[in-house]
Design a protein around this ligand. Sequence first.
Ligand code: 6AU
Length: 284
Amino acid sequence: SVLTRSYGERAAHHSNPAAKALLETMERKKSNLCVSVDVSKKDSFLSIIDAVGPYASLIKAFAPRLLLTHVDIIEDFDEELVKQLLELSVKHDFLIFEDRKFADIGNTVVLQYSGGVHRIASWAHITNAHPIPGPSIVSGLASVGLPLGRGLLLLAEMSTQGSLAHGAYTEDAVHIARTRRDFVIGFIAQRRMEGVGLYAGEALDESEDFMILTPGVGLEVTGDALGQQYNTPRAVVLEAGCDIIIVGRGIYGKNNAVDIAATQTSAERYRKEGWRAYEERLRR
Ligand code: 6AU
């Protein structure tokens, strides 16, 4: 089963370049941590990334709520930010995941992904989408991303209280992904989802190795005031069988005043916890 294969072995079987590079980086850096950097100032954004770079294999660039409103949230967004972000990604050996959560018709997402102020496809190795419009959203994004070697994650489940993404919706998300395995490299979900037909019943093809990236991870608190729910890295990786933990506020705290030393300490703590759970899983 995919659960007992190392990230490195799995990298060797992936044909999508973003998935391959991500799994290789995870193995090399001994990190299944994705740090989510939801801050609104370029300086804080870049200094958090520089601080956590040595610990994370994936940096989630600014959150969708920031991107949807465009430049007025990362107040000083510019080409220079993208340039520096890419330099940091080389310096620290991580990939960039733009959590854009596309959710529109194919024609619109093509324009949103390739153009606008942010030109996401030109710099983000990985992005994500809600499957709500059906398979056409994947085809639209693939027409832009595949030629650039990009990968897509589908949101099959969400971490929030009362989420509508469950049952048949989640099953359909998995079905859509299976029809576009060249571009869909995995899911945002809370568990491995074997029970919804991902691997159930049918022989697992080597190339059918979807990564499960899981937000809602925290060691200190169980939720926030707006419906977010947290699980521990151990519960997520070992018990639920997910591959990558996505951690935001648990690492950099709650505001733009960045405490670099504290941020590094917590990044290392989450990296260690996530990796330990993964090693334990491999031995099962
Ligand atoms: O650790 P937090 O709660 O500070 O941040 C969690 C991050 C946020 C959310 O936008 C994102 O994870 N997220 C997602 C993603 C990544 O797609 C899906 C979801 O269901 N829940 C969630 O929190 O940047």
